[in-house]
Design a protein around this ligand. Structure first.
Ligand code: HEC
Ligand code: HEC
Length: 446
């Protein structure tokens, strides 16, 4: 489903169809409630008419019809509560961490500090396992699928693009509501012991009464429904197009014919898209889709590129521990599938120049080095990987040898002798300059 229609103003929002609200199901069954809410929110904020099949609402057994205006008002009200929940440290076990602690709104919803992984948990000393991603431009991430066929894909819909989509670095959840449960209950993030604890806190803080005003009074008696309501509000907030996918970069202005790239940015764009050089755009899509949708700078594919191990992550001190992405250990459903070890979801590069750490383990600390890694992973591995006692380079030190066949070796990588860097030092600088045009908040020079 393509749900990334460019919406910059609420007045442009195309509420595709009437949404039916099954309050009975909502109160008693988390699953159908989530399904309903996902549809509600998507249809309010982002979906085009085509994305919701006619009759999709027939799953509701006792539907109460809502007008478009009512459905819209409900999603807005839910998002407003979500915005406060997102900032409220009372929702953590320590009462000191909010979503904003790691996802800072003034840093494209990534951390303000330079740590590879953030600290959390009840004592605020428990380190995480992965770098914190930006929460911008997640609106079109497709649900995870092991075999992804994309109608946008190079005119050939029969191509299996392999594992694609899902939220988090390994794609293990399919909605922002389901995702929000992870940090709330993680013992190294917000550190609540149970969902009931979260509901208790939210009840004391008045949120559950407010949510009941929108979602129906039953959630005051049904704790699972109340927890789902909290998750739904957090999701609704993150679907706000003005805040989360504003398309406000210089590159967007350039695509709209309202800004010019500098010569260096233009050269960077060329190297970024050139299949024999950066070839970056083969995964980090840079051109508008056929339907005119703005590029997201990712195809959402899960790919292994073999970034170095990060000694700054305490878990990595254990030589037996490997974060293998799609095949675990955080994700559990592909544990026995060695073909998927080392794969992580391709992130959007929008706002990437505002990041302090790069890749799933935050091992790289500058955008220049992140680009240089691509250029010289194969031609100069000693620059990135540690050496063994005998002086040889321990290339791909964060992926056990058994899984190295999974690594991507298409350009800009190169493992066929004579191995060479496909990007010159100047081209690396040019790409970095180009990536700077992907930062939201561009103001055209008058
Ligand atoms: C202690 C730091 C921390 C806190 C607090 C935190 N997160 Fe995150 N968040 C992360 C990390 C780390 C990841 C990547 C996790 C992974 O890949 O397993 C992440 C991933 C996400 C993602 C998926 C992003 C993507 O690219 O797929 C969403 C959505 C998200 N967080 C929302 C939230 C919400 C909502 C809250 C508050 C309820 C929250 N986070 C609180 C650290 C945090
Ligand atoms: C084969 C697909 C593919 C190609 C080609 C590719 N990337 Fe990536 N990119 C990824 C994946 C997958 C990740 C995440 C990998 C990880 O964290 O282990 C990533 C991560 C990144 C990051 C880190 C972003 C963040 O939020 O931490 C940057 C920067 C980046 N890529 C830039 C580039 C540039 C520049 C090029 C071209 C020189 C390029 N990529 C080519 C798939 C690709």
């Amino acid at each position: 489903m393509k749900s990334d229609m460019v919406v910059t103003d609420v007045s442009e929002i195309n509420v595709a169809q009437r949404v039916r609200f099954d309050r009975l199901k909502f109160a008693s069954k988390g699953g159908s409630f989530r399904y309903f809410l996902l549809r509600l929110i998507l249809s309010i904020f982002v979906c085009s008419a085509a994305s919701l099949p006619a009759g999709a609402d027939q799953t509701a057994s006792t539907p109460l019809a809502m007008t478009r205006a009512q459905a819209y008002a409900e999603a807005k009200a839910l998002a407003a509560i979500g915005a406060r929940l997102f900032r409220d440290p009372r929702l953590s076990g320590s009462r000191q961490i909010a979503c904003t602690t790691c996802h800072d709104p003034t840093h494209a919803f990534a951390p303000a500090n330079k740590l590879a992984v953030q600290l959390g948990g009840s004592d605020l000393h428990r380190p995480g396992l992965r770098a914190v991603p930006s929460l911008r431009y997640l609106q079109a991430v497709p649900q995870f699928s092991e075999h992804f066929f994309d109608s946008e894909d190079e005119a050939d819909e029969s191509v299996d693009n392999g594992p694609t989509g899902g939220l988090t670095w390994d794609g293990r959840v399919d909605s922002k509501a389901a995702q929000a449960e992870i940090p709330l209950l993680s013992d190294f993030e917000m550190g609540n012991r149970t969902a009931d604890d979260v509901v208790d806190t939210a009840t004391q803080a008045g949120y559950v009464t407010e949510l009941a005003g929108i979602l129906g009074g039953d959630i005051r008696r049904d704790r699972q429904a109340a927890f789902n309501g909290i998750l739904a509000a957090l999701q609704a907030y993150q679907e706000d197009p003005v805040i989360f996918f504003p398309y406000g970069s210089k590159y967007d202005a350039y695509l709209a014919g309202k800004a010019q790239l500098t010569d260096q940015e233009q050269r960077g764009l060329s190297a970024f898209t050139d299949e024999a050089k950066g070839n970056c755009a083969s995964c980090h899509i840079a051109a508008r889709a056929r339907d005119g949708t703005a590029p997201q700078f990712t195809d959402y594919g899960l790919i292994a590129i073999g970034v170095p191990r990060n000694k700054a992550i305490p878990a990595d001190a254990d030589p037996a521990y490997f974060d293998l992405g799609l095949c675990g250990p955080l994700r559990t459903d592909f544990k026995t599938d060695p073909d998927y070890c080392g794969m992580f979801r391709t992130p959007s590069l929008r706002n990437v120049a505002t990041r302090h750490v790069f890749f799933h383990n935050g091992v790289i600390h500058s955008l220049h080095d992140a680009v240089a890694f691509y250029a010289t992973r194969d031609s100069d591995p000693g620059r990135w990987y540690p050496r063994r006692a005998d002086g040889s380079v321990n290339k791909f030190d964060d992926l056990p040898a058994a899984y190295r066949a999974n690594l991507n070796s298409d350009p800009p990588f190169d493992n066929v002798p004579p191995v060479r860097a496909r990007l010159s030092a100047t081209e690396i600088d040019d790409i970095v300059a180009f990536l700077g045009t992907l930062t939201d908040g561009y103001r055209p020079v008058p």
